[in-house]
Design a protein around this ligand. Structure first.
Ligand SMILES: Cc1cc2nc3c(=O)[nH]c(=O)nc-3n(C[C@H](O)[C@H](O)[C@H](O)COP(=O)(O)O)c2cc1C
Length: 335
């Protein structure tokens, strides 16, 4: 039997397999990004350029220029190189270009922010640096009194603004906390998103009860965290005209298979590679291939979406009815 075809398409790009490096520290250095590409990853998402970095660079520029007017003698010497430390966006673009030159897989740039402002220039910078696509990570915590519809509208404005700036495909990475996700997801695609990345893993601070302080905590995911993106991908994959990438909780080839079964085009993985290193890619691919052979699938495409809510014909499997069934399953387990 010939080896199964692991290739998939995502955002119009051909990926040799559905394993994608999620935005993570791996791309902060060219050598680690190249190591994971050499191990056989299907595509690379760069770490993000953050809106705050833009604001910071602007403030630094402002400070330098006003310092210049106070000390007249030096003023002109500030201007040629502005005195501002080489802005990180420029370095980011250079890093992306150098990674892109050295790897054969698609490289997706990433920006992370929440407002529709000057920082969106980063989108063009990333396109010009040679990215194959852009991922927009909207990390917005609606902690104020803003209503859901206002928040959603601001996402859509942001997506439209980015779409206008670039020609390359655009994926939008969002969190899971939306009241009516299918309707919102549809509007995101209408605003120009070619893909959705489900879901952003939010930083969740903890409380230290001894020091009564807030502890910044970024705990890495486990496979249990996959359930949330799995359910929503099952519900959304046949309803929206965008490719879905699952992120959060993909650690094993079984997690990859589940993601494909519910309709994801690829899986974006960070924590597992951070624990295990680049060689984990080869093992995941080997296990994925072995599973497909054992279950007589010829390709990833053949299996994709066969367990989406639409394919099952009974969407309630992923909805309320099964919740009641799950609760009842505990009835006989009381001590
Ligand atoms: C240390 C670390 C850095 C990350 N940096 C970014 C980032 O720059 N931009 C982004 O969109 N996501 C970032 N993420 C989120 C990951 O891309 C990924 O979506 C998330 O970790 C869930 O996947 P996982 O369960 O495989 O870790 C980061 C995650 C970790 C653990």
């Amino acid at each position: 039997m010939t080896a199964p075809d692991l290739s998939t398409s995502y955002l119009g790009l051909r990926l040799a397999n559905p394993l994608v490096l999620a935005a993570s520290p791996y791309t902060r250095r060219a050598d680690t990004a190249i190591a994971i590409a050499d191990a056989g990853i299907g595509a690379i998402v760069m770490h993000s350029l953050f809106e705050e970095e833009y604001t910071h660079a602007e403030e630094e520029l402002e400070k330098t220029l006003s310092r210049g007017t106070d000390s007249f003698a030096e003023a002109t010497s500030y201007l040629p190189d502005t005195g501002v430390e080489a802005p990180s966006p420029k370095k980011y673009g250079e890093l992306l270009t150098s990674i892109k030159r050295k790897v054969k897989v698609p490289v997706i740039g990433s920006i992370n922010g929440s407002s529709d402002g000057g920082w969106l220039e980063y989108a063009s910078l990333i396109q010009d640096a040679g990215a194959d696509a852009l991922e927009l990570n909207v990390y917005y915590l609606a902690a104020g009194a803003t209503s859901a519809s206002v928040v959603e509208d601001s996402y859509l404005r942001l997506v439209e603004a980015v779409r206008k700036r670039i020609k390359i495909p655009l994926a939008v990475k969002i969190g899971p906390f939306f009241t009516a996700l299918p309707a919102f997801a549809k509007r995101l695609t209408e605003s120009g998103a070619n893909g959705l990345v489900l879901f952003n893993r939010f930083y969740q601070p903890d409380i230290d009860t001894e020091t009564l302080s807030v502890v910044p905590q970024l705990s890495l995911s486990t496979s249990d965290d996959l359930r949330l993106p799995l359910r929503w991908t099952a519900i959304l994959s046949s309803r929206i005209k965008a490719d879905i990438a699952i992120t959060t909780g993909v650690h094993s080839h079984i997690d990859v298979l589940k993601s494909l079964l519910v309709g994801a085009r690829c899986t974006q993985i960070a924590a597992e590679f951070m624990h295990m290193g680049p060689s984990r890619v080869q093992l995941l691919l080997k296990d994925l291939e072995a599973w497909l052979v054992e279950h007589e699938y010829e390709s990833v495409t053949q299996l994709r979406g066969s367990m989406s809510a639409a394919a099952l014909g009974d969407p309630t499997e992923f909805e309320r009815a099964n919740y009641i069934k799950a609760l009842r399953s505990y009835d006989d387990r009381l001590r």
